[in-house]
Design a protein around this ligand. Structure first.
Ligand code: HEC
Length: 185
Protein backbone atom coordinates (compact mmCIF):
# COMPACT_ATOMS: atom_id res chain seq x y z
CA UNK A 1 0.00 0.00 0.00
CA UNK A 2 1.56 3.30 -0.96
CA UNK A 3 1.27 6.23 1.32
CA UNK A 4 -1.19 8.09 -0.90
CA UNK A 5 -3.65 5.20 -0.80
CA UNK A 6 -3.17 4.92 2.98
CA UNK A 7 -3.97 8.59 3.35
CA UNK A 8 -7.16 8.19 1.31
CA UNK A 9 -8.35 5.28 3.43
CA UNK A 10 -7.40 6.97 6.66
CA UNK A 11 -9.18 10.10 5.51
CA UNK A 12 -12.32 8.15 4.67
CA UNK A 13 -12.30 6.36 8.05
CA UNK A 14 -11.76 9.58 9.92
CA UNK A 15 -14.47 11.31 7.88
CA UNK A 16 -16.93 8.51 8.62
CA UNK A 17 -16.06 8.56 12.31
CA UNK A 18 -16.62 12.30 12.40
CA UNK A 19 -19.92 11.92 10.59
CA UNK A 20 -21.12 9.19 12.98
CA UNK A 21 -20.00 11.21 16.00
CA UNK A 22 -21.69 14.29 14.59
CA UNK A 23 -24.96 12.47 13.93
CA UNK A 24 -24.85 11.00 17.41
CA UNK A 25 -24.47 14.43 19.00
CA UNK A 26 -27.17 15.82 16.77
CA UNK A 27 -29.59 13.08 17.74
CA UNK A 28 -28.87 13.76 21.43
CA UNK A 29 -29.84 17.36 20.90
CA UNK A 30 -33.00 16.39 19.04
CA UNK A 31 -34.20 13.56 21.26
CA UNK A 32 -33.19 15.08 24.58
CA UNK A 33 -35.34 18.12 24.05
CA UNK A 34 -37.18 18.91 27.31
CA UNK A 35 -40.38 16.94 27.74
CA UNK A 36 -43.58 18.95 27.70
CA UNK A 37 -44.50 19.89 31.27
CA UNK A 38 -47.89 18.33 31.21
CA UNK A 39 -49.32 15.61 29.08
CA UNK A 40 -52.94 15.83 28.14
CA UNK A 41 -53.82 12.44 29.42
CA UNK A 42 -52.21 12.96 32.84
CA UNK A 43 -54.02 16.26 33.36
CA UNK A 44 -57.43 14.70 33.00
CA UNK A 45 -56.60 12.09 35.62
CA UNK A 46 -55.25 14.72 38.02
CA UNK A 47 -58.37 16.86 37.71
CA UNK A 48 -60.62 14.00 38.65
CA UNK A 49 -58.50 13.33 41.74
CA UNK A 50 -58.47 16.98 42.76
CA UNK A 51 -62.23 17.23 42.60
CA UNK A 52 -62.39 14.22 44.87
CA UNK A 53 -60.01 15.85 47.37
CA UNK A 54 -61.98 19.09 47.38
CA UNK A 55 -65.14 17.25 48.20
CA UNK A 56 -63.38 15.52 51.10
CA UNK A 57 -62.02 18.85 52.41
CA UNK A 58 -65.48 20.43 52.24
CA UNK A 59 -66.90 17.62 54.31
CA UNK A 60 -64.17 18.04 56.93
CA UNK A 61 -64.72 21.80 57.13
CA UNK A 62 -68.45 21.33 57.53
CA UNK A 63 -67.99 19.25 60.70
CA UNK A 64 -68.68 21.39 63.76
CA UNK A 65 -65.67 22.31 65.90
CA UNK A 66 -65.66 21.20 69.51
CA UNK A 67 -67.93 23.49 71.52
CA UNK A 68 -66.33 26.07 73.79
CA UNK A 69 -68.18 24.63 76.79
CA UNK A 70 -66.67 21.24 76.10
CA UNK A 71 -63.19 22.69 75.70
CA UNK A 72 -63.50 24.66 78.93
CA UNK A 73 -64.74 21.60 80.84
CA UNK A 74 -61.33 20.00 80.35
CA UNK A 75 -59.27 23.21 80.59
CA UNK A 76 -56.50 23.73 83.15
CA UNK A 77 -56.23 27.12 84.88
CA UNK A 78 -52.68 26.40 86.08
CA UNK A 79 -51.53 25.92 82.49
CA UNK A 80 -53.55 29.02 81.61
CA UNK A 81 -51.55 31.03 84.14
CA UNK A 82 -48.42 30.20 82.14
CA UNK A 83 -50.15 31.26 78.91
CA UNK A 84 -51.17 34.54 80.60
CA UNK A 85 -47.47 35.48 80.88
CA UNK A 86 -47.70 36.61 77.22
CA UNK A 87 -50.51 38.99 78.21
CA UNK A 88 -48.70 40.37 81.27
CA UNK A 89 -46.41 42.43 79.08
CA UNK A 90 -49.43 44.71 78.74
CA UNK A 91 -51.99 43.57 81.33
CA UNK A 92 -52.01 43.34 85.09
CA UNK A 93 -54.43 40.72 86.41
CA UNK A 94 -54.39 41.49 90.12
CA UNK A 95 -57.32 42.89 92.11
CA UNK A 96 -57.07 46.68 92.23
CA UNK A 97 -53.93 46.48 90.06
CA UNK A 98 -52.93 49.20 87.62
CA UNK A 99 -53.71 49.69 83.97
CA UNK A 100 -50.59 49.17 81.90
CA UNK A 101 -50.38 49.35 78.09
CA UNK A 102 -53.70 47.49 78.30
CA UNK A 103 -56.43 47.69 80.96
CA UNK A 104 -56.34 45.72 84.22
CA UNK A 105 -58.01 42.33 83.67
CA UNK A 106 -59.22 41.50 87.19
CA UNK A 107 -62.87 40.48 86.84
CA UNK A 108 -62.82 40.85 83.06
CA UNK A 109 -65.20 37.90 82.55
CA UNK A 110 -68.70 39.36 82.69
CA UNK A 111 -67.64 43.01 82.70
CA UNK A 112 -68.64 45.29 79.83
CA UNK A 113 -66.28 45.90 76.91
CA UNK A 114 -64.10 48.97 77.31
CA UNK A 115 -65.33 49.71 80.82
CA UNK A 116 -62.29 49.61 83.09
CA UNK A 117 -61.87 52.85 84.99
CA UNK A 118 -59.05 55.13 83.95
CA UNK A 119 -58.15 53.38 80.70
CA UNK A 120 -58.26 55.21 77.37
CA UNK A 121 -59.83 52.64 75.05
CA UNK A 122 -59.90 52.77 71.26
CA UNK A 123 -63.12 54.05 69.69
CA UNK A 124 -63.75 50.53 68.36
CA UNK A 125 -63.62 49.05 71.88
CA UNK A 126 -65.53 51.91 73.51
CA UNK A 127 -68.33 51.46 70.96
CA UNK A 128 -69.02 47.99 72.42
CA UNK A 129 -69.58 49.26 75.96
CA UNK A 130 -73.05 47.67 76.19
CA UNK A 131 -71.70 44.21 75.45
CA UNK A 132 -70.42 41.98 78.26
CA UNK A 133 -67.20 39.96 77.94
CA UNK A 134 -68.57 36.42 78.06
CA UNK A 135 -66.36 33.40 77.35
CA UNK A 136 -67.45 33.31 73.69
CA UNK A 137 -66.51 36.94 73.12
CA UNK A 138 -63.18 36.54 74.93
CA UNK A 139 -62.41 33.39 72.95
CA UNK A 140 -63.11 35.11 69.63
CA UNK A 141 -61.18 38.25 70.60
CA UNK A 142 -58.09 36.39 71.83
CA UNK A 143 -58.01 34.17 68.73
CA UNK A 144 -57.40 37.22 66.55
CA UNK A 145 -58.05 40.62 68.21
CA UNK A 146 -57.94 42.70 65.03
CA UNK A 147 -60.32 40.38 63.19
CA UNK A 148 -62.78 40.23 66.08
CA UNK A 149 -62.75 43.98 66.76
CA UNK A 150 -61.33 45.88 63.78
CA UNK A 151 -59.76 49.09 65.06
CA UNK A 152 -58.77 47.73 68.47
CA UNK A 153 -55.46 49.04 69.73
CA UNK A 154 -54.51 45.76 71.37
CA UNK A 155 -51.25 45.02 69.58
CA UNK A 156 -51.29 41.27 69.94
CA UNK A 157 -51.41 38.84 67.03
CA UNK A 158 -53.68 36.26 68.63
CA UNK A 159 -53.53 32.89 70.29
CA UNK A 160 -54.24 30.24 67.66
CA UNK A 161 -54.13 27.01 69.65
CA UNK A 162 -57.55 25.99 70.99
CA UNK A 163 -56.11 24.28 74.08
CA UNK A 164 -54.02 27.35 75.02
CA UNK A 165 -57.06 29.61 74.76
CA UNK A 166 -59.23 27.24 76.78
CA UNK A 167 -56.58 27.09 79.53
CA UNK A 168 -56.18 30.87 79.43
CA UNK A 169 -59.96 31.41 79.77
CA UNK A 170 -59.98 29.02 82.72
CA UNK A 171 -57.29 31.19 84.30
CA UNK A 172 -59.18 34.43 83.55
CA UNK A 173 -62.15 32.84 85.36
CA UNK A 174 -60.07 32.76 88.56
CA UNK A 175 -59.39 36.53 88.39
CA UNK A 176 -62.61 37.33 90.22
CA UNK A 177 -64.29 37.40 93.63
CA UNK A 178 -67.32 35.65 92.11
CA UNK A 179 -66.08 33.58 89.12
CA UNK A 180 -68.51 33.31 86.21
CA UNK A 181 -69.44 29.67 85.50
CA UNK A 182 -68.42 28.15 82.14
CA UNK A 183 -71.12 27.66 79.48
CA UNK A 184 -72.61 24.15 79.40
CA UNK A 185 -70.63 21.68 77.28
C1 HEC B 1 -48.99 44.55 73.29
C2 HEC B 1 -49.86 44.76 74.42
C3 HEC B 1 -50.95 43.74 74.67
C4 HEC B 1 -50.85 42.38 74.80
C5 HEC B 1 -49.61 41.51 74.65
C6 HEC B 1 -52.17 41.91 75.13
N1 HEC B 1 -53.04 42.95 75.20
FE1 HEC B 1 -55.01 42.83 75.66
N2 HEC B 1 -55.21 44.83 75.36
C7 HEC B 1 -54.19 45.70 75.02
C8 HEC B 1 -54.74 47.01 74.77
C9 HEC B 1 -53.96 48.26 74.36
C10 HEC B 1 -56.12 46.90 74.98
C11 HEC B 1 -57.18 47.98 74.78
C12 HEC B 1 -57.77 47.73 73.40
C13 HEC B 1 -58.65 48.81 72.84
O1 HEC B 1 -58.96 49.79 73.53
O2 HEC B 1 -59.03 48.67 71.67
C14 HEC B 1 -56.39 45.52 75.37
C15 HEC B 1 -57.65 45.02 75.66
C16 HEC B 1 -57.90 43.74 76.10
C17 HEC B 1 -59.19 43.25 76.53
C18 HEC B 1 -60.47 44.07 76.63
C19 HEC B 1 -60.56 44.54 78.06
C20 HEC B 1 -61.68 45.52 78.34
O3 HEC B 1 -61.62 46.13 79.42
O4 HEC B 1 -62.57 45.68 77.51
C21 HEC B 1 -59.02 41.94 76.87
C22 HEC B 1 -60.08 40.99 77.38
C23 HEC B 1 -57.64 41.61 76.64
N3 HEC B 1 -56.97 42.74 76.17
C24 HEC B 1 -57.09 40.37 76.87
C25 HEC B 1 -55.76 40.04 76.56
C26 HEC B 1 -55.22 38.73 76.74
C27 HEC B 1 -55.96 37.54 77.32
C28 HEC B 1 -53.93 38.76 76.28
C29 HEC B 1 -52.93 37.62 76.19
C30 HEC B 1 -53.33 36.51 75.41
C31 HEC B 1 -53.67 40.12 75.86
N4 HEC B 1 -54.80 40.87 76.03
C32 HEC B 1 -52.47 40.58 75.35
C33 HEC B 1 -52.86 45.37 74.90
C34 HEC B 1 -52.34 44.10 74.92
Amino acid sequence: MDSLEFNKIAGAVLGTALLVFGLNELSKIIYHAPKPEKQGFAIEVAETTETGNDAAADTAAAEPAESLGKMLASADATKGQAVFKACQACHDGSKGGPNKVGPNLWGVVGRMHGSHEGFAYSDAMAALKDKPWDYEALNTFITSPKTAIPGTKMGYGGLKKDADRANLLAYLQTLSDSPVPFPAP
